[in-house]
Design a protein around this ligand. Structure first.
Ligand code: GDP
Ligand code: IMO
Ligand code: MG
Length: 424
C-alpha cells in the first residue's frame, strides 16, 4: 500500500502529525517537494519535533526516510536536524537517503530572496526567506544550478561557484546596492556539506523503485499546501514548487498509478501565512480566538498566521485536482467554545454564485463568501477517541464538511498528540 499525504489549504494543516501516525504502517517515508520553508510538527509524548527538511516519519526509528529529487535541500538546516535527532538518540545512519538530483540551497539564494522581498515593499509575497524561489529559479535556469551530486566533485564545483557568485554579485551590488558575497566562503561551506551529506546521497528513484518491487510500502509526504502550488495555487502568492499532489510524481519519480491512496489534510478552519487573497479571513475577534486557541504561529518563521473560516470551495478544488480519496480534518478541538461556526460553501463574484474555486488571484480577491452557519459546542473534545462520542454539533460540522467536499473524513484531530486522533 503506497499513500500520499498532502495539504489542501495554504499549508500548516497538520501534515506532520498525520505522516507521523501513518508512518507506522509504511516502510519508507518520502519528502517530495519544497525545502526548509516547510515546518512540520510531530509531537511524541512530551517531545516536540519541528522538521523542515527531514520527512516527518523520521522520529520512528524503524522507518527509512528519503529526501527526493524535487526537494531543495538547505544543508545547514538538514545537518542541524540530523544532529538534533542524534542527540535524542534517533540515528539516521543507514536509513536516510538524499537524492543526488536534489538541488542545493546556498547562502546567496537566501540573500536573493530577502533582497527581492525588501525591494517589493507592500507588494512582497511574504516568503519564508529560506531561498526557495531563487533556488528553484536556478534549477529551471539550469546553468547556475547546484545539485547534491555536484558536492561529489569539489574541483569542478569550485569553478562553477566562481562563475555563479560573480553573476549573483552583479545582481546584489548593482540592482540592490548590497554587499557582495565571497565564493571562497561558500565553497568552504560546500566542502563541509559534502563531508556530512554525501554518505546519504544516492539515486533515490532507483532505490524507491527497487523497494516497491521488493514489496515495501511508501508514504509520500507533501509540503506546503495545494493552494500554494506554483501552477494551481493563488499565483503569484504561492511557493515555487508543485506543492499539490500533482507534484508528487515529478518530485519523487513514482507515478501516480503506483499510489493506492491520496489523503488530503485540512484544518477545521483556514489559515494562511504571507500575502495573497483569503476570502474567508477573519481579521477580527474570531480570527484572534482561533489563532490563540490553535497556537497559529508559523513553525518556520514564527509569524502569526492569518485565520478564517473553513473554505469548502477552496478545499473542494484542492481535493478535485489532487485526486483525493479521503480527508484528515485537524484542529476540530480549536473550534470548541465558539458560539457559532461557519463553513463557506460558495462565493459570490460579480453577482454570480461560484462553486469552482477561481485560482486567479484577481477574481478570487473579489469573492464574497456565502456561509452556512452552524451552532458550536462547549464540551472539551480533546480526549474523545470515538466519533460517536463527539458533541452532536461537532458531528454535524464534520458531516457538513464531508457533504460539501464530497470526500469522507476518515481521520479527525482533536489535539496535537498522536493519541488525540479519531479514526472512522
Ligand atoms: P504542517 O506544516 O502541515 O505539518 O503543520 P504545522 O506543524 O506547521 O502546524 C500544525 C500545528 O498544529 C502543529 O503545532 C501541530 O502540533 C498542531 N496540531 C496538529 N493537529 C492538531 C489537532 O488536531 N489539534 C490541535 N490543537 N493541534 C494540532
Ligand atoms: P508547511 O509544509 C505555510 C508560504 C509563505 C509564503 C509563500 C511563499 O509547513 O505547510 P516561500 O518561502 O515558499 O517562497 O514562500 O508560501 N509558505 C508556507 N505557508 N506552510 C508552509 O509549509 C509554507 N511554505 C511556504 O508563507 O506565503
Ligand atoms: Mg507547517
Amino acid at each position: 500500500m503506497n499513500t500520499c499525504v498532502v495539504g489542501l489549504q495554504w499549508g500548516d494543516e497538520g501534515k506532520g502529525k498525520i505522516v507521523d501516525i501513518l508512518a507506522e504502517q509504511h516502510d519508507i517515508i518520502v519528502r517530495y517537494s519544497g525545502g526548509a520553508n516547510a515546518g512540520h510538527t510531530v509531537v511524541v509524548g512530551d517531545d516536540k519535533f519541528a522538521l523542515h527538511i527531514l520527512p516527518s516519519g523520521v522520529v520512528r526509528p524503524d522507518t527509512i526516510c528519503v529526501i527526493a529529487n524535487a526537494v531543495v535541500v538547505d544543508p545547514d538546516t538538514l545537518i542541524k536536524e540530523i544532529d538534533a535527532l542524534t542527540q535524542k538518540n534517533i540515528t539516521l545512519t543507514g536509513r536516510l537517503f538524499i537524492s543526488e538530483s536534489a538541488h542545493v540551497v546556498l547562502d546567496y539564494h537566501k540573500t536573493e530572496d530577502q533582497l527581492r522581498e525588501e525591494s517589493l515593499g507592500k507588494n512582497k509575497i511574504g516568503t519564508t526567506i529560506r531561498g526557495i524561489g531563487p533556488c528553484y529559479a536556478d534549477k529551471v535556469g539550469r546553468s547556475h544550478a547546484i545539485r547534491m551530486s555536484d558536492l561529489a566533485n569539489l574541483a569542478a564545483l569550485q569553478d562553477k561557484l566562481k562563475t555563479i557568485v560573480e553573476y549573483k554579485n552583479k545582481i546584489f551590488t548593482s540592482l540592490y546596492n548590497a554587499e557582495p558575497i565571497s565564493a571562497d566562503e561558500i565553497f568552504e561551506k560546500c566542502r563541509f556539506y559534502a563531508s556530512r551529506l554525501l554518505p546519504f546521497t544516492i539515486d533515490t528513484t532507483e532505490f524507491l523503485h527497487k523497494s516497491i518491487a521488493a514489496g515495501k510500502s511508501i508514504l509520500l509526504e507533501g509540503a506546503q499546501g495545494t493552494l500554494l502550488d506554483l501552477d494551481h495555487g493563488t499565483f503569484p502568492y504561492v511557493t515555487s514548487s508543485n506543492s499539490s499532489s500533482l507534484g508528487m510524481s515529478a518530485g519523487s519519480g513514482i507515478p501516480a498509478r503506483m499510489v493506492d491512496k491520496f489523503i488530503g489534510v485540512v484544518k477545521a478552519y483556514a489559515t494562511r501565512v504571507g500575502a495573497g487573497p483569503f476570502p474567508t479571513e477573519q481579521d477580527n475577534d474570531v480570527g484572534q480566538y482561533i489563532r490563540d486557541r490553535g497556537n497559529e504561529y508559523g513553525t518556520t518563521t514564527g509569524r502569526p498566521r492569518r485565520c478564517g473560516w473553513f473554505d469548502a470551495v477552496a478545499v473542494s478544488y484542492s481535493a478535485t485536482i489532487g485526486g483525493i480519496d479521503s480527508v484528515a480534518l485537524m484542529h476540530l478541538d480549536t473550534l470548541t467554545d465558539l458560539e457559532e461556526i461557519k463553513i463557506c460553501k460558495a462565493y459570490k463574484i460579480e453577482g454570480k454564485v461560484v462553486t469552482f474555486f477561481p485560482a486567479n488571484t484577481e477574481r478570487l480577491s473579489q469573492a464574497i463568501p456565502i456561509y452556512e452557519t452552524l451552532p458550536g459546542w462547549g464540551e472539551d473534545i480533546a480526549e474523545v477517541n470515538d466519533f460517536d462520542d463527539l458533541p452532536i454539533d461537532a458531528q454535524h460540522f464534520v458531516c457538513l464538511v464531508e457533504e460539501i467536499i464530497k470526500r469522507p473524513v476518515t481521520i479527525i484531530g482533536v489535539g496535537p498528540k498522536r493519541s488525540q486522533t479519531i479514526f472512522r
